[in-house]
Design a protein around this ligand. Sequence first.
Ligand SMILES: Cc1ncc(COP(=O)(O)O)c(C=O)c1O
Ligand SMILES: [Zn+2]
Length: 412
Amino acid sequence: MTANGLRNVAGLRCVRCNQTVPLAESVYTCTACGGNLQIEYDYDAVRRSWSRDELARNTERSIWRYAPLYPVAAKIETPPIGWTPLIPAKRLGKQLGLRSLYLKDDGRNPSASFKDRATAIALARARDIGRDLVVGASTGNAGSSTAVLAAAMGMRARIFIPHTAPAAKVAQLLAFGAEVLAVEGTYDQAFDLCLAATQRFGWYNRNTGYNPFTREGKKSVSFEICEQLDWQVPDLVVVPVGDGNIISGVWKGFEDFKRIGFIERVPRLLAVQAEGSAAVVHALEGDGTITPVPGRTVADSIAVSMPRDGEAAVQAVRASGGFGVTVSDEEILAAIPEVARGAGVFGEPAGVASFAGLKKALEQGRIDTNWSIVLLVTGNGLKDIAAVMKIAGEPKSVPPDPEALADIFEKE
Ligand SMILES: Cc1ncc(COP(=O)(O)O)c(C=O)c1O
Ligand SMILES: [Zn+2]
């Protein structure tokens, strides 16, 4: 047991100034410079007490099979999170001339998005420190995830969303009993308002990037990919990026497994952003500095002006030897039916932005077609039906009359 009372947790390290900071209840960001924090483990201790064989014998089919690498004392009781299918997308891959393509369908999580991975660890932390109210800002998915899992645990959720959030996400929030504050502004404004309120009232805050525990939940996807590919680390993992917390979590997962000797290398990461919301990709193409952008795209989940985990995202992509691409809103919308029809997976716009980005990187000649490639599909298509209908077409309207049908089909 370490000084902070958590098995295996060594402490926190600032991603900006590299300072170490002890884990404490009120600490979210670096006490020296305000940068985001990364949780570090006693990797030697984990290595000594855990093995791939032991993992193979574990019958838990959820994120909780990786408990030695989480910064929490106990798992929480919720519907199962994670262990989502890694689907071989043979037809879709063939269409693109790829040897090996997989889709990680994270729309299958309890709240229908990837965010449940992060929420689980953030809520487990809240429980560890005796909090029963969780507050957060969200484009929609992180909030609805918090509402769903808080309800499962009997906790309260107070969520700030931009007033433009898709109806399905708002419906989820309300149905699961969250207190919903629809901010007359953007996601970035909702984030800042939530943060100011948290600091004033002393709430427990789950904001993406700001709370270092979210990244720790997101990394579970990489653990699963390693196991599901029978420890053959892929060559490329493609990730839709908004705040940059998923992609920095994906890197952290592979890095953690490398540090304990479960794998030998980290795959390249491809960061995909919408053209109007591409602060991380611009930073990757420049000197690494994040500067705000308008944050406008049809893919509401990745509509971010100032990415809240941008520094960690840039470091993750660079450390992996990866790169970034941008895609237009038209390309994102087109990806919805392409992934649905080519692989049987329904993604929301941000969820399938990964596919649009992969196509773009192929066009740019930056992909070796022999690579083994994993695409994260991060949110379910039912989350934003209005966006889907922009591309899906219209049903045929017919009168309730067999003769009218004959008129249509006998001419075919
Ligand atoms: C479906 C979906 N995809 C991608 C993202 C981007 O994640 P991040 O903001 O951590 O970069 C989000 C975040 O809200 C999301 O909900
Ligand atoms: Zn710092």
